[in-house]
Each structure stands twice: as structure tokens, then as C-alpha cells.
Design a protein around this ligand. Structure first.
Ligand code: CMC
Length: 426
């Protein structure tokens, strides 16, 4: 096996080291390229660029594999709790019983939110998107919680605080948007139960915690917990590389996730399916528009930068969607529309030739609707799930002894130098 690749340029040669990952994927280390040759590389969208070495998540887009710290996501979705998954991602291994208990106690102890933060919520204009609110609130947390040092114990507290409080803040924002009383977290409930209770319990009608809903939420969050160097995770790493505090780095991840090509796709899918349900467009018309190069529309919930086969998360989500609706005796017309769209798309040569399959967002909105989550909160649900991954990636990058501030270069294509012209002469 070659340990070097030879680059030939202008009659000269440069040996570039080859780095091989633990699953055999290969990279050419170009860190000396500019210094030695004067060249940089150009890779818009970074489709061929590895930004870091990472031991957190492994994906194989051709085979449809996703593993957290080596464990297949299918096994975690089947057997683990979200708390265990978060611990695994952040600490690199599964917790033992004592460690899990200690982690649960810390999450409970930190789940309340400073009452002064409530005033912030009330000053956002009505109709503000919950993702904009969440991103601002997470950034604001830095002002409410004392600066902690970099000792391991202090960092663990900051990370646990985020995991505990973001869940409470998300439920608070929903309650405030409806003009309802805030429901506080309860120490006797699990992470997922607590969230549902904070969202839906009211003094008039106590929330009945249903096993199916809790299990669906647990699975949803585990499936979203990490996805290696995607757009929002890269935002967390890039912003974190300037050595900002964890809250600021996570807030930038939330903002990136909001986009409809990324986490915002779950909301966009439901909007697309609802439009078909309203009769304003048929499934066939939607497919035709997605294929039309003169139309910017894309089939939402389809396609992925890495997966060139069925997204393994989408497979679990689709199965769970069927089981959940059946067990809760829910008939959602959007599920039939989604199935019809999938059938049309997966038989169509455009989608086959472009390797476009359903991604995690295609069926996830139908699952969230079934457990009562309003559409504008879908991407917030994704953000709560992705939080352990962002934290793990931030921790890995800040612990890296070879860590550098992120600072890509560019190829300048603008004007050559010319003199300033005074305004009267222009
Ligand atoms: N509908 C129609 N055409 C598509 C779609 C789609 N959903 N996705 C990609 N294509 C076409 C695209 O037009 C291009 O065609 P051509 O080569 O003929 O010009 C080709 O496929 C490659 O597209 P790309 O934009 O270069 O691919 P990418 O890897 O940069 O983009 C993506 C990945 C997810 C942004 C894209 O597939 C997309 O926009 N999907 C819809 C939005 C969506 O569902 N996003 C959620 C992603 S999963 C959740 C997450 O982790 O973010």
C-alpha cells in the first residue's frame, strides 16, 4: 500500500503523505502543499475535503452505514436510551450503571432555566421562528451562567447544562408562543418523558405520557444525535476554532441547521406534502418540478451529500412511522402522499441516475406530527437530538493538540488594482 502520492507539477515532484482511517478510507495530506508548491486546492462545498481526524461517527454513504463510536445506529435506536447515546458520543464509550445514574442526576439538577431568560422569550415578536429564538437563547446562556474554567469537571457541567437546559428552553418557547403557563421539568421523569410533559401538560388537562410517543421521540433523537462533518457540525467546529465559548459555538450550529437544505428540511417536507394534500399540486407535478432544471424546487427529504443509497436513518424512521401510526390508531393522509411520492421518485430514472433516495427528514415530520409536535418546532427537535453530537465534536476539536483556527483560502477573481476615483470625477 502506498504511503505517499506523488504530485507532479511544473516539472517538479512532491510526495504527499496518505492518511488511512480505521475503516480504510484514504486522504491525501496536503497541509504542506502551499508552502512547498505555491498551489492551494479548490473544492467548493468541501465534497472532497476532510476537515479533521475524528473518532466519533463513521458513515459509509455507498453502503448506507452509520455508527456512533463504532456502534451501529440501528442497535442504539433499538436498545439504547437517548441519555446513554449522548454519553457515548461525548465520552467515547457507553456508561456503566453508576455513570449513567450520575449523568441522570446531573441532567435533572441542571434542567431548570433562569427565570430572567423568560423575559427574553416574551420580547420576541409573535410568529418568530423557534429556531431563531433557540439560537439567540443559547448564545444568551453565556451571560446567565458563570464562566467556567477548562478543567474536565467544569466542562462536564457546562456540557450537561446545555443538554438539560436546551430541552427545557425548547418546551418553554412552545408554551410561551401559545400563551400557556410554563411547565417545569420533573425529576421523576426520563429525558424524553420530561420533554413531552413540559410541552403538553396543562393545568386543565394533565398530559398522559404514552409509551409509544416516548419511544418514538427517543428513536428520533438517537437517529439525529450525530452525523460527522455536516453543515451545522462544521459550523460548530469552525466557530469553535476561534476559541469562542461552547454556547456561542452551539448557537452557530443551530443557525446552520435551520436552513431548508439541512435540518429545516423536515419542516419543508411537511409543507410540501400539505400542499399536495390541499390539491394545489399533484405528486406527479411535484416530481416533474424537482426534475426541471429551470425550477429551483427540489424534492424535499430526498438526496444527501454522503448517502448514495437509502439513508439508514430514513429506513428506521419509515418503519417507526408505520408502527407508530398504527399503534396510536392515527390516519395521517400525509403518510399516503409520502409513500406515493417515494414510489414515483424511486422508479424515476432522474432520481435513480442521481442516486437520490429518501433521507432522514422524509418521514420524520409525520412521526413528529403523530406525537403532537407543531410543524414550526420540527427543526428544534432535530437540534435537541443533534446537541450531543455538536458537543462531542466541539470537545474533540478543542482537545486536539494539532488544533488550528479554521481559515480557508480562496482564488481571487475580482478587479486588478486600480486607483480610487474622487466622486466628482466618476
Ligand atoms: N430533488 C431534485 N434534485 C436533486 C435533489 C432533490 N432533492 N437533491 C439533489 N438533486 C440533484 C441536483 O439538482 C444535482 O443535479 P445535477 O447534477 O443534474 O445538476 C444533483 O442531484 C446533485 O445535487 P447537489 O446539490 O450537488 O448535491 P449535494 O450533495 O450538494 O446536496 C442536498 C445534498 C441534501 C443539499 C440535496 O440533495 C438537497 O437539496 N436535498 C433536498 C433537501 C433535503 O432533504 N435536505 C436534508 C438533508 S438530510 C438532513 C441533514 O443531515 O441535513
Amino acid at each position: 500500500m502506498d504511503d505517499f502520492i506523488t504530485l507532479t507539477y511544473n516539472g517538479k515532484e512532491l510526495q504527499l503523505p496518505v492518511i488511512t482511517g480505521s475503516e480504510g478510507e484514504k486522504a491525501i495530506d496536503i497541509s504542506r502543499l502551499r508552502a512547498e508548491t505555491g498551489f492551494i486546492t479548490l473544492d467548493p462545498g468541501y465534497g472532497n475535503t476532510g476537515s479533521c481526524l475524528s473518532s466519533i461517527t463513521f458513515m459509509d454513504g455507498e453502503k448506507g452505514i452509520l455508527r456512533y463510536r463504532g456502534i451501529p445506529v440501528e442497535q442504539l435506536a433499538e436498545h439504547a436510551s437517548f441519555k446513554e447515546t449522548a454519553y457515548l458520543l461525548i465520552n467515547g464509550r457507553l456508561p456503566n450503571r453508576d455513570e449513567l445514574t450520575q449523568f441522570s442526576v446531573m441532567l435533572n439538577d441542571n434542567s431548570l432555566v433562569h427565570t430572567d431568560l423568560k423575559a427574553f422569550y416574551q420580547n420576541f415578536p409573535r410568529g418568530s421562528h423557534p429556531m431563531g429564538i433557540l439560537s439567540s437563547m443559547v448564545n444568551a446562556m453565556k451571560s446567565f451562567y458563570p464562566d467556567l474554567g477548562n478543567q474536565e469537571e467544569e466542562m462536564t457541567l457546562t456540557m450537561t447544562r446545555l443538554l438539560a437546559k436546551v430541552r427545557t428552553m425548547a418546551a418553554m418557547s412552545y408554551k410561551i408562543s401559545r400563551g400557556h403557563e410554563i411547565v417545569l421539568p420533573r425529576p421523576d421523569l426520563t429525558y424524553c418523558e420530561n420533554f413531552l410533559n413540559m410541552m403538553f401538560d396543562t393545568p386543565v388537562k394533565p398530559y398522559e405520557i404514552k409509551r409509544e410517543a416516548v419511544n418514538a421521540l427517543r428513536t428520533f433523537w438517537i437517529l439525529h444525535a450525530d452525523h460527522e462533518q455536516n453543515c451545522s457540525t462544521s459550523a460548530v467546529r469552525v466557530v469553535g476554532s476561534a476559541r469562542v465559548n461552547l454556547y456561542a459555538a452551539i448557537s452557530s450550529g443551530i443557525s446552520a441547521l435551520w436552513g431548508p437544505l439541512h435540518g429545516g428540511a423536515n419542516q419543508a417536507v411537511i409543507e410540501m406534502l400539505s400542499k399536495i394534500e390541499s390539491g394545489s399540486e399533484s405528486c406527479a407535478q411535484v416530481i416533474a418540478r424537482a426534475k426541471d432544471k429551470n425550477d429551483p424546487f427540489r424534492l424535499m427529504g430526498f438526496g444527501h451529500r454522503v448517502y448514495k443509497t437509502y439513508d439508514p436513518r430514513a429506513q428506521i424512521m419509515k418503519r417507526m412511522c408505520d408502527e407508530l401510526l398504527e399503534s396510536m390508531n392515527i390516519k395521517d393522509p400525509l403518510l399516503d402522499i409520502a409513500r406515493e411520492l417515494e414510489e414515483l421518485a424511486t422508479k424515476d430514472s432522474y432520481f435513480i441516475d442521481h442516486n437520490l433516495y429518501p433521507n432522514v427528514d422524509f418521514y420524520s415530520g409525520i412521526v413528529l406530527r403523530a406525537i403532537g409536535i407543531p410543524t414550526n418546532m420540527f427543526t428544534v427537535m432535530f437540534a435537541i437530538g443533534r446537541l450531543p453530537g455538536w458537543i462531542a465534536q466541539w470537545k474533540e476539536s478543542t482537545d486536539d493538540p494539532n488544533w488550528k483556527i479554521s481559515r480557508p483560502r480562496q482564488i481571487y477573481t475580482g478587479n486588478l488594482e486600480y486607483d480610487y476615483i474622487p466622486i466628482h470625477a466618476r
